[in-house]
Design a protein around this ligand. Sequence first.
Ligand SMILES: NC(=O)c1ccc[n+]([C@@H]2O[C@H](COP(=O)([O-])OP(=O)(O)OC[C@H]3O[C@@H](n4cnc5c(N)ncnc54)[C@H](OP(=O)(O)O)[C@@H]3O)[C@@H](O)[C@H]2O)c1
Length: 300
Amino acid sequence: MRVGVAGLGRMGAAIAARLIEVGHDLTVWNRAPGKVEPLAAAGAKVAASPAGLATQVEAIVTILTNRDAIAAVYDGPSGLLAGSVKGKLVIDMSTVQPETEVALAERVRAKGATFVECPVGGTVGPAREGKLLGVAGGAAEDFARAKPLLAQMCRRVEHVGPVGAGSSMKLALNLPLMVYYQAMGEAYVLCRHLGLDPKWLMELMADTSGGPNILKVRGPKIAEALAGGDGGPPAFDVDSIRKDLATMAAEGRARGTRLPLAEQTLAIFDEAAKDGWGKRDGAALPAYWPMRASRDKEKR
Ligand SMILES: NC(=O)c1ccc[n+]([C@@H]2O[C@H](COP(=O)([O-])OP(=O)(O)OC[C@H]3O[C@@H](n4cnc5c(N)ncnc54)[C@H](OP(=O)(O)O)[C@@H]3O)[C@@H](O)[C@H]2O)c1
């Protein structure tokens, strides 16, 4: 199939590489032009604009930072929707508020194209291997059309309702994880003085009722950060986590309530960003509060 990926951030680039690998005829575009090069070297065609990309392909995939990025890539004289999109399939996988996807779906359908949202769980590695967890929103027949392509990107894809439902579900899936990173940091403050090996500690925590899946997948990275390492190149960085938490808090307000845990966690991670942690991987966050505790102790 002729597929286009517009937006080659960490996730978009990994998904694009995966789509080439499974045999699609891929066209790519990215705002910062340098990011197209590795994909071009892997066989992708490079479009000069989102509109050009849309015109060349049968299906369009986007995974972008936020609502503003979606507007920048879809709208305007050279945006995706200025291309020839009638009858084509459009899938947006960004993590945003449901209302953003609902509004985007209207703009896409007004051009005669099919729209499905499918935000994903899982980071760069699973994206590269086609092992994401997708939560799709769209009409049943639109989801059926998108499913074969989504199945090449996801180990599991669930249709959770109309457009907007996928975003609601994705925000819900991510909230406990983000709060957990801070919970782990506070837990470590309570037991750090025992001098136990953080790797062993992650394994022990994973073996308890309070141990989430993330400890099995990212436990070694968390342990490395607790031991003073920087966590390596970020797959999902602290700034992206702050964006997700802010989106959750905004969605809570839109639903008429506060999300006190998410809001408090966001305030702490905002402090982490001010302390220069914004570009570090999220798996390093459990080390932030213990670091703060040491700093506060030294000041006293
Ligand atoms: N990383 C993860 O582990 C992960 C996992 C699941 C979901 N997500 C979600 O996936 C989305 C992308 O995440 P990511 O980690 O891949 O982010 P990223 O590496 O920062 O990439 C963001 C992409 O959006 C583009 N973009 C941002 N603002 C733009 C604008 N105004 N105009 C045009 N393009 C713009 C960027 O273009 P430039 O390259 O030109 O800046 C880049 O292609 C986010 O919604 C995130 O929450 C991420």
